[in-house]
Ligand binder design. Structure first.
Ligand SMILES: NC(=O)c1ccc[n+]([C@@H]2O[C@H](COP(=O)([O-])OP(=O)(O)OC[C@H]3O[C@@H](n4cnc5c(N)ncnc54)[C@H](OP(=O)(O)O)[C@@H]3O)[C@@H](O)[C@H]2O)c1
Length: 438
């Protein structure tokens, strides 16, 4: 039987999963592809860390540069993460005539265009299914299964760490800091969690999905990004009381004026499917003009789920090799690189939605009238207003306001005025609401 010889860079969480999946399911994988996927070499910073796993027949060393030059290897699996040296290693591997499979969303979102161009000029594939939503086959779904559609919108929960934190905060009435500490203990959050909780990881994934959906170069810089650090247990409790959940959502909407690209905590009505996505799970909803809405749900991270996506990419390469099909048969971003075109971004100022506002105010006579008058002056009408806490006149109380649909620009201008009031303490918390979701 023919074989595809695979070299793997890194031996962390995902790489361990790939080695173990190839070992456990090697036979069935070979039957399905008609070709054997053979892991022949692993190069990682600290080869001693591979000792716990049986890697008989696989060369292990620390020389990542030698692996990408190794003439016996057909395909490099990059699982070290980050931009450098990953970009350099992937570039070299492609230039040496090897296909590359990666799970590295930062690399694809931020350096993808240069790498796709190197892949194309070498007639090699650069595959990245595992870079978005782990086991959930969303890259292939948008690029291939929905290829006949004009995509109208994508929204979803793309970061299991944030979703776990928000779920636990709600269910166990814990603070953000307590829940984050627990997530770190359980291995759901990194020691430095900023990429996850500040929305960067989600934005990398959104940049990739939008690029495929709208045949554009990944536009990470065009995404409005907000994380979940400022969400408190009281916001979650308020949302619950009003019939909403708070989710960190990736949202992309194609409008005549341009593309809306946002990562933000969002109030979503209970009863919508996205409100039911709990814990470490991911879910993506894609609306196509002919398919309508489709939903993809599953484990977005972890050793085994992510390995499942990496190995599926390897199987595609194996099948192409066996059938003698040209690489780049399916362009990575759905159309040939030279047909990709940037799309203007629909600026946040022009966004229109409903808003949840939480202000800490001193409960003095007339303060409510003053706040509502300022909002009214900026064309913002109020749907609901709630107040809680504060035993004395000098103690701040929480005032929660839900607005009707209004323009972001008007809201931001009015907030600047509100922040200047003597009776308003600290920065108001603003969470956008999305009512038209599935
Ligand atoms: N973990 C997930 O659930 C998940 C899900 C989807 C996508 N991804 C992506 O998959 C990739 C790998 O993630 P992971 O969680 O497996 O990471 P990880 O556990 O931190 O493993 C990274 C591996 O790469 C090695 N490494 C890092 N820098 C290196 C360098 N300069 N030279 C040689 N080896 C180096 C590390 O060595 P040391 O052990 O010595 O540090 C470690 O073995 C990332 O791009 C990540 O975003 C991960």
């Amino acid at each position: 039987m023919k074989e595809l010889r695979v070299g793997m860079l890194g031996f962390g969480t995902v790489a361990r999963g790939v080695a173990s999946l190839l070992r456990q399911n090697g036979r069935v994988i070979a039957e399905r592809c008609g070709i054997e996927l053979r892991l022949t070499r692993i190069s990682t910073r600290n080869p001693n860390k591979t000792a716990a796993m049986n890697l008989d027949g696989i060369a292990v060393d620390a020389d990542v540069d030698a692996l990408v030059e190794d003439p016996t290897i057909d395909c490099v699996v990059e699982l070290i993460g980050g931009l450098d040296p990953a970009e350099r290693l992937v570039t070299t591997a492609l230039n040496r005539g090897k296909h590359v499979v990666t799970a590295n969303k930062a690399l694809i979102a931020e350096r993808g265009m240069a790498l796709f161009s190197v892949a194309h000029s070498n007639n090699k594939d650069l595959c990245f299914e595992a870079s978005v939503a782990g086991a959930v086959p969303i890259v292939k779904a948008i690029r291939e299964s929905l290829a006949a559609n004009r995509i109208e919108s994508i929204h979803g929960v793309l970061n299991g760490t944030c979703n776990y934190i928000l779920t636990e905060m709600r269910e166990r009435k814990l603070s953000f800091a307590q829940t984050l500490a627990e997530a770190q203990e359980k291995g759901y959050a990194e020691a430095d969690p900023s990429f996850d909780i500040d929305g960067i990881d989600t934005a990398h994934k959104l940049a990739i999905l939008a690029a495929i959906a709208w045949s554009m170069p990944p536009d990470f810089g065009g995404i409005h990004i907000e994380g979940i650090r400022h969400i408190t247990d009281s916001d979650i409790a308020w949302a619950n009381e009003m019939g909403y959940r708070i989710k960190l959502l990736a949202i992309a909407k194609h409008r005549p004026e341009g593309l809306e690209l946002r990562v933000q905590p969002t109030l979503v009505p209970l009863g919508t499917m996205v409100s039911q996505v709990e814990g470490v799970f991911n879910a993506i909803f894609v609306r196509g003009d002919h398919a309508g809405i489709t939903m993809y749900h599953g484990r977005g991270a972890g050793e085994h789920p992510t390995a499942s996506a990496v190995v599926a990419d390897l199987m595609d390469l194996g099948r192409n090799l066996r059938a003698g099909l040209s690489s780049t048969r399916v362009p990575p971003l759905s159309v040939a690189n030279d047909h990709l075109h940037p799309i203007p971004i629909h600026g946040m100022d022009h966004l229109e939605c409903e808003y949840y506002l939480r202000l800490a105010i001193l409960d003095r006579p007339g303060v409510l009238a003053e706040i509502t008058a300022i909002l009214a002056r900026h064309g913002i009408s109020i749907d609901a207003i709630h107040q809680k806490g504060g035993a004395t006149l000098s103690e701040a109380v929480s005032l929660v306001i839900v607005t009707h649909q209004c323009r972001e620009m008007d809201l931001q201008t009015s907030l600047a005025v509100l922040e200047g009031l003597e009776t308003v303490r600290g920065k108001p918390v603003v969470i956008r609401m999305e009512s038209g979701l599935n």
